[in-house]
Design a protein around this ligand. Structure first.
Ligand SMILES: *Cc1c(COP(=O)(O)O)cnc(C)c1O
Ligand SMILES: [Zn+2]
Length: 438
């Protein structure tokens, strides 16, 4: 196929064999060798200052008026994502997520200056919307009749929402009995055809890849390079929020490694365009029961391992990450670190984040737990500026919220108490609370 007839100017090429594809290809992986496809955007010929001004102007003018695409924190950066017109775009809108600072969380992590980039503020409650708006836009551009994904719950929720908006039927495969109630309910409510697969996430991904090859449905997993292009905007947006002054570290939870790859690609492009002068170091954090990438990092990426994944953090319960190659290159390029933290560390960090009023789903708390771990190991210094990405919303995993034993196995101090409908009963509770505080 011809790679240079694209209206968008982007180049799509197989990372393994070099085969080039038209930008309206419905394929998510190489048809010749099955390799991952890479996208090289036609970077705009603007000086860095003009480009920064362009992106900044869209925030002030676009924030409240205009089309969904013009208000989106993804399509604001469309020159670096997919340069197309509003009419072609399927946008909620998404992005524009806050950078939050809470002293209690900084103190817990052990750094003076910790900011949390909360991607749970996206329309379906996770960062997956950033990639999905681009993938579903692409599915629509190339006339797909159905879209499919394997998921631990957030990708399926997001695909279901954007599929509904685009009017394209969505098919999702999730591990039976192993996804949170909130995510399953959301996916079904948005109208996706939902298959509960007797297996784990890695089985679901294998099955959906086969279905897309044999049955011709458009694949929307993060193997799809357009997902990665959209997820780059988490990094662009946080850099813009920091007035293009890079922090020292960006920490994120790592499962299938799509986000780690996207962050590396975003930083490479931001540097080559002159948007930033310094490259922040990436800290990818896995759960210790699902940590093949952390294991490989310790071995200097000499080989690629896979495991049977087990962790309380279902969104990162992945044993054979699909974007491994891209993620290795992201860690190398940023002088990054891959760490693992136990479920106990994750739930303890989550409790601190929740109690600060911010809240997040369990997998998200791995980023903050990872920062604390690296401060303890002396790799992050307390004066360094750190951004921790919180990937999902607190209500994504309601089961684990009401299971309110704390990290030391004690019932939480504010575990719900059932009472008679009398003022005397309320008074008794308040007295005990006051006694406990004194
Ligand atoms: C998908 C997801 C992750 C993992 O991201 P990868 O790109 O697969 O590494 C982490 N946290 C949440 C909440 C997610 O939904
Ligand atoms: Zn190939």
């Amino acid at each position: 196929m011809s790679g240079n007839t694209n209206k968008t100017g982007i180049i799509i090429a197989c990372a393994a064999c070099g085969e080039k594809f038209n930008d309206l290809t419905p394929l998510a992986t190489c048809s010749k060798c099955g390799g991952l496809l890479d996208i090289t955007p036609a970077l705009p010929a603007l000086c860095s200052e003009k480009l920064q001004n362009l992106f900044d102007s869209r925030v002030s003018i676009g924030a409240m008026r205009g089309s969904a695409a013009s208000r989106s924190g993804v399509w604001r950066f469309r020159e670096l994502v997919l340069p197309i017109t509003d009419a072609e775009i399927v946008s909620h809108p998404e992005g524009n997520t806050p950078l939050l600072e809470r002293p209690a969380v900084s103190k817990y992590a052990g750094v003076k200056n910790l900011l949390m980039k909360h991607e749970g503020f996206n329309p379906s409650g996770s960062f997956k919307d950033r990639g999905m708006t681009v993938a579903v836009t692409q599915a629509k551009r190339c006339g797909a009749t159905a879209i499919a994904c394997a998921s631990t719950g957030n990708t399926s929720s997001s695909l279901a929402a954007y599929g509904a908006q685009a009017g394209i039927p969505a098919l999702v495969m999730v591990p039976a009995g192993r996804i949170s109630m909130g995510k399953l309910a959301q996916t079904v409510a948005y109208g996706a055809r939902t298959l509960l697969v007797r297996g784990d996430f890695d089985d679901c991904l294998r099955l959906v890849r086969e279905s897309s090859e044999k049955l011709g449905v458009y694949l929307a997993n993060s193997l799809n390079p357009f997902r990665i292009e959209g997820q780059k905007t988490i990094m662009f947006e946080l850099l813009q929020q920091l007035a293009w002054q890079s922090p020292d570290w960006v920490a994120l939870p790592a499962g299938n490694l799509g986000n780690t790859s996207a962050f590396g690609k975003a930083l490479r492009e931001a540097q080559s365009l002159g948007l930033i002068k310094r490259i922040p170091r990436l800290l990818s954090v896995q759960a210790s029961g699902a940590a093949p990438f952390a294991h490989d990092f310790a071995d200097n990426f000499a080989k690629r391992t896979s495991v049977r994944a087990e962790t309380i953090a279902t969104a990162i319960r992945i044993g054979d990450p699909a974007s491994w190659d891209r993620a290795v290159s992201a860690i190398r390029f940023t002088n990054g670190v891959v760490a693992s933290v136990s479920d106990e560390q994750i739930m303890q960090a989550k409790q601190v984040i929740d109690a600060s009023g911010v809240g997040c789903e369990p997998a998200s708390a791995a980023s903050v737990a990872g920062v604390r771990e690296l401060v303890a190991r002396g790799i992050i210094a307390p004066h360094e500026r750190v951004v921790a990405v919180l990937t999902g919303h607190i209500l994504k995993d309601p089961e684990k919220l009401l299971n309110t034993t704390n990290a030391h196995g004690h019932a939480a101090a504010n575990a719900p108490i059932e009472i008679d409908a009398t003022l005397a009963a309320v008074e008794r509770v308040l007295q005990t609370a006051t006694k406990a505080r004194n």
